[in-house]
Structure formats: C-alpha cells, structure tokens
Design a protein around this ligand. Structure first.
Ligand SMILES: C=C(O[C@@H]1C=C(C(=O)O)C=C[C@H]1O)C(=O)O
Length: 90
C-alpha cells in the first residue's frame, strides 16, 4: 500500500470520527440540561471509569492501549470543559 493510499484511508476514517464526535458533542449538550434538572455536578468519575474500562476490553492490539486510553480521557475532558463553560455562561 502506498503512502497516498494509506492517507486516503485515514481521511475516510477521519470523516467518520468527525461525524461521531459531532454527534457525541450534541449528546453532551443534552446532558447539560439533564444534569441541571437533577442538580448533578459535571464530573461523574464513576461513569468515566466505567467508560475507560469498557474501552480497554475493546482494544484489539495491546500496543495501542495507552494511546487510545489517552484519546478517550481527552474526549471526556473536553466534554467536561464544554459543560463547565456552558454553565458559566448561564
Ligand atoms: C457527559 C457526561 O459528563 C462528563 C463527561 C463524560 C463523557 O464525556 O463521557 C462522562 C462523565 C462525566 O464526567 C456524563 O455525565 O454523561
């Protein structure tokens, strides 16, 4: 496989990842209102631990584990930061 072809596949996957991240953020938007109704704080450490454990079991190559876990930690951090920013604006 040539570099050009590999990058074409990466670009196609990035399209999918972007679509999913857009969907994830719009669900985070709904989480904000749901948590406010129940008076819950933004951070739910138990939920994040559950997500990270679930992910760990789905990683096919153990060599990717640290990278994928870091990506997920960052996704959840950005999700929390977004929620906090929204709360500050209200
Ligand atoms: C989105 C939520 O808020 C936070 C962010 C999470 C996430 O991005 O998956 C998970 C737990 C919370 O710390 C949630 O509570 O579901």
């Amino acid at each position: 496989m040539t570099l050009e072809n590999i990058r074409k596949e990466i670009d196609a996957l990035d399209e999918q990842i972007l679509g999913l991240l857009n969907q994830r953020m719009s669900l985070v938007e709904k989480v904000i209102a749901a948590k406010e109704q129940k008076n819950l704080q933004v951070l739910d450490a138990a939920r994040e631990k559950f997500i990270l454990e679930k992910i760990e079991n789905k990683i096919k190559n153990p060599q990717y584990a640290a990278s994928i876990q870091s990506i997920y930690k960052e996704i959840m951090k950005q999700s929390r930061d977004y929620q906090e920013q929204k709360r500050l604006k209200e």
